[in-house]
Design a protein around this ligand. Sequence first.
Ligand code: TRP
Length: 340
Amino acid sequence: METPIIQPKKIVYSGIQPSGTLTLGNYIGALRNFNRFPEDEYQCLYCVVDMHAITVRQDPAALRKRCLELAGIYIASGLDPKKNVLYCQSHVSGHAELMWILNCFTYMGELNRMTQFKDKSAKHADNINAGLFTYPVLMAADILLFNTSVVPIGADQKQHLELARDIAQRFNGIYGDVFTVPEGRFGKVGARVMSLQEPTRKMSKSDPEDTYIALLDPPDVIRRKIKRAVTDSDAEIRFDPENKPGVSNLLSIIAALTDQTPEQAAAELQGQGYGKLKERVTDCVIATLEPLQSEHKRLMADKGYVQGILDENAEIANRMATKMLRKVQRKVGFAERGRR
Ligand code: TRP
């Protein structure tokens, strides 16, 4: 395939870990925003970050399978794999190579402050490995390798993006303008979808099943989970995250999926009971996820097609990455390469 790498376009880059079930939170906070970059202005790259996934123990066969499934999710959520570069991180060795260099421009103190590291090391106390610690540096390498301008991510990744910016600026300060300093793009409404059972915490696939909606949950499961979602006892539909976190979370979900504000969603349901509110959430979620699910099913029945996409796109990503990597290697003074 001959896809030209059109350099004047701004680069958009994001990644998702193939480490487990994707949730409605991942969809609203990240995935669905990936479609919002006009193709005449932006070249988008979306990565299956399998190298990040092994910072916690994975079953190899399951991980391999989930990589392909996640590629399918990217496509099913509407990303055209001929226009977007959808690929697996481990297929492009430049990620690891740049990461090593960036490791040498990152301070222990910076990594020590990362809240995700603190959380994950508390959760995996038996496996606090160096990869878990340097995870944000690999993420910085992902981003900086491609001259990325825009990084659409969930709000929970803000601190990691800040670090990537700091590393880029530090490196540029020493060697001249090598890296583009990336900007984060955080979805506004519902950028943080909360747990259905503990609505003051982020919806997370590592919590019990009934606290999140998985992207591939069938309609009856979605209906049941929303029915059991925590609300409160004052029976008023009002957007007030501080005092009414459960109801506000449900309103945010409606708002995000219908492109309104949570206040508008609340106004529409004024005077109705929580039963109606939940019905409305259920309808919105099912209407969004059903088409995605049937497309995903179709893709998973044709794994050869998805594999082919990943192979082609890895080649494109490799070419782009090598350009940047060679430049960085020269800047830091690595040995000259003969022309072969
Ligand atoms: N750390 C991100 C997350 O867990 C995933 C990720 C890895 C990423 N590399 C990236 C996101 C580069 C954006 C850009 O959500």
